[in-house]
Design a protein around this ligand. Structure first.
Ligand code: AVJ
Length: 320
């Protein structure tokens, strides 16, 4: 099951395609090696992410849910009933579905790159909520897209929970939100979840948990890449690293070579010194203020921000 908030960068590229091979090779051969976070999500990776969401250290999922629980009526008033709810990276549609009784959308438009998975989920959901019109769209919303005419114009609300926006660097996030606005073609609003800056011990623990689920999630990327490009990564030669980079206001995830090693694949090879890293993910953290500024740069005016008591996570409603 693909959780709703894992597809902030859905695969623009089919697995194992020439373009994917090209993209991964380029990252592995860069002076500072990197891979796109989308390669964390093969079927095992998606399950490991679901497990992460249940860890005591990983506060975002549960904190966001608590905000919806506590401020649901308020959030529903801001969004307005009878909306066209456009769910970005809907996955199994569970997060949005849990909000249907509250938000009462007239139309639900889940968007996800994973077509079969999405269709199954929507078929089941339509039976549970026969009064809501549902239009599933299998597309990559990370690049430019236009909403088809079957999506109602009235009361369009883009739903982007889980702090998936954090995978984008701030300037990329602005560009992404501007594209959203353009695809909405007219009046629309945004209901978005964002993780907030907090003490670095809490942040570090959330991305380096005691029983090693996040480590497995990160290391699994190597198995996925082996499958995609035919490389010979040996996972036992690598270790998980995750830490808050305060200057950049982001969690960085890396894989670090435990020893000097060589990785080969049909199109290339790369020597790694002991301690050398592959940068696998960034997860940007905002303050309510810096996030509202980012929204403004993208042409959205925040109407309301809701946070938990500790100020760890925010849900923001904004209008274009
Ligand atoms: C799915 C991007 C929101 O950044 O917290 C969780 C991914 N990576 N643990 C996040 C993730 C490691 C997650 N997002």
């Amino acid at each position: 099951v693909i959780p709703p908030d894992v597809t902030s960068r859905p695969e623009a590229i089919a697995h194992g395609s020439a373009a994917a091979i090209e993209e991964i090779s380029a990252g592995l051969l860069a002076r500072r090696a990197y891979t796109s976070p989308k390669y964390l999500y093969d079927s095992l990776g998606s399950r490991l992410f679901e497990a992460i969401c249940e860890l005591p250290e990983y506060y975002p999922t549960r904190t966001e849910a608590a905000i919806f629980e506590r401020h649901g009526a308020d959030i529903a008033r801001a969004v307005g009933a009878g909306s066209t709810l456009i769910d970005l990276g809907a996955g199994n549609c569970a997060k949005a579905a849990s909000l249907f009784p509250l938000l009462q959308p007239a139309q639900y438009v889940p968007i996800d790159i994973s077509r079969d998975f999405l269709n199954d989920a929507v078929l089941r959901l339509q039976q549970r909520f026969p009064a809501i019109e549902m239009t599933a769209l299998a597309l990559d919303f990370s690049s430019a897209f236009a909403l088809p005419d079957t999506v109602r114009q009235q009361g369009r609300v883009f739903f982007y929970p889980g702090s998936s926006i954090g995978n984008f660097a701030p300037h990329e996030a602005v560009a992404f939100l501007r594209r959203l606005r353009a695809s909405g073609a007219g009046e629309c609003s945004l209901l978005i979840g964002v993780d907030l800056v907090k003490d670095s011990a809490t942040l570090d623990a959330a991305y380096d948990d005691a029983i090693g689920v996040t480590a497995a999630f990160n290391l699994n990327m190597l198995r996925h890449v082996n499958h995609l490009i035919g490389s010979d990564f040996d996972v036992t030669q690598w270790q998980h690293r995750a830490f808050f980079n305060a200057e950049e206001s982001r969690i960085e995830m890396h894989l670090e070579a435990r020893e000097a090693l060589v990785v080969t694949w049909p199109q290339g090879e790369r020597h790694f010194a002991r301690g050398e890293r592959i940068h696998t993910e960034d997860s940007y953290k905002y303050t309510p203020r810096t996030f509202v500024e980012l929204l403004r740069d993208a042409g959205f005016a925040a109407t309301r921000t809701w946070t938990d008591d500790a100020g760890w996570f925010a849900v923001v409603h904004a209008r274009a």
